[in-house]
Ligand binder design. Structure first.
Ligand code: ATP
Length: 353
């Protein structure tokens, strides 16, 4: 099946004011299936927005290509591409009411008035703003403005929607609500969404697949659970939430931690890093093979749904664990032992510096 969107070896460098070159995209290749929700996730400056702008045509590539539904877009200007963008700051027209904002692109394209009215109605229904046609933008809440921006971007029936940190101006509760709504709308429309964020939780919640970027390169592209549980490198492991990264020495059948504990690891001999997510550790002793860590509780943090625990160990320094809020938490300073099952552990072929 042909890809909905294909980015082939995209390269882009900018001139810096000092006369140097800054490589923003360093050979990025990525495919998006029809109706797929893919998130570009990475730290500030890694190239997320630049990649999005090369898909929309606001930025030209130095090398490589953007192909949408089998058609190369290199020679196609932004306004002729079958894509639209929702921006972080919405970019709404304050002097126009909601209906005119949503229908603006159709109006410019010279579409029939009745057709525009129907389409605007459909879009406002889709985003839950029916009846708000005549409201002015300044009379809307942040969440409502976000919905108008979404309705406007979808009014021209793009094949692909690009979203550049569209929820970052909203407070946490509204943000979570909009995350779910966006996902539902995307599924209903059946079009591809390319979503930019630097928020790990947001990426994990919303995406079919996440592409992790660093320094203009893709580190890994996988569904959220694979990326979280089986990251390919230390950067991805660390960037996607809390992690305990422990050095391990492999002998071909077993791995040994620095305190002498071993576990099965049928892979080539060498040095590697064991990833233990905080939620895989607990006070209960698991059945079967296990790893155990004894130390003093240095700090605990309560979040409502869980307790985060920092355990100070001699062999590994701080080990982090998360236990459910209804579990009992020993007081700070107490010596305790945390356990993790030693089956299905994930090793990363890199050694932490
Ligand atoms: P953020 O999360 O902060 O928005 P980002 O991952 O979206 O970051 P980009 O905006 O794509 O990053 O920028 C990638 C790199 O390219 C950065 O170092 C940025 O400073 C640089 N850059 C982006 N646009 C230009 C430009 N027009 N001229 C020069 N440098 C640019």
């Amino acid at each position: 099946m042909p890809s909905h969107l294909e980015i082939i070896n995209a390269r882009k460098a900018f001139r810096t004011p000092e006369g140097g070159r800054l490589i923003a995209l360093d050979g990025i290749s990525l495919r998006l299936a029809t109706a797929e929700f893919v998130t570009l996730l990475g730290p500030s400056g890694c190239g997320k927005t630049t990649l999005l702008r090369t898909i929309s045509g606001f930025e030209t590539l130095d090398d490589g290509d953007v192909v949408i539904d089998g058609i190369a877009m290199t020679q196609t200007p932004a306004h002729r591409r079958p894509v639209n963008t929702v921006f972080q700051r919405y970019a709404l027209f304050d002097h126009m009411n909601v209906a005119r904002n949503v229908g603006y692109a159709l109006e410019i394209a010279g579409r029939d008035k009745r057709e525009i009215r129907t389409r605007v109605g459909e879009m406002l229904e889709l985003v839950g703003l029916t009846g708000m046609e005549k409201r002015s933008i300044s009379q809307l809440s942040g969440g409502q403005q976000q919905r108008v921006a979404l309705a406007r971007a979808l009014a021209g029936k793009p094949k692909l929607l690009l979203l550049d940190e569209p929820l970052s101006a909203l407070d946490k509760n509204l943000r979570q609500k909009m995350q779910h709504e966006l996902k539902t709308i995307q599924r209903e429309l059946g079009i591809g969404f390319v979503f930019v964020t630097h928020d790990q939780e947001e990426a994990l919640t919303m995406s079919d697949r996440i592409a992790v970027l660093a320094h203009g390169q893709i580190q890994q592209v996988e569904p959220p659970s694979v990326l979280y549980q089986r990251p390919a490198n230390l950067f991805t492991a660390d960037f996607l939430g809390e992690s305990n990264l422990l050095r391990a020495t492999l002998d071909g059948s077993q791995a040994r931690l620095s305190d002498g504990q071993t576990f099965d690891a049928p892979r080539a001999a060498g040095e590697a890093t064991l990833l233990l997510r905080p939620e895989s550790l607990g006070f209960a002793v698991p059945e079967g093979p296990k790893l155990s860590f004894t130390g003093r509780i240095r700090e605990t943090y309560y979040s409502g749904k869980d307790h985060q625990i920092e355990l100070e160990t001699l062999a590994f320094g701080t080990i982090r664990a998360v236990i459910r809020a209804n579990g009992t938490v020993p007081e700070i300073g107490r010596e305790v032992t945390l356990h993790a099952s030693a089956t299905g552990l994930h090793l990363i072929d890199e050694v932490a510096p």
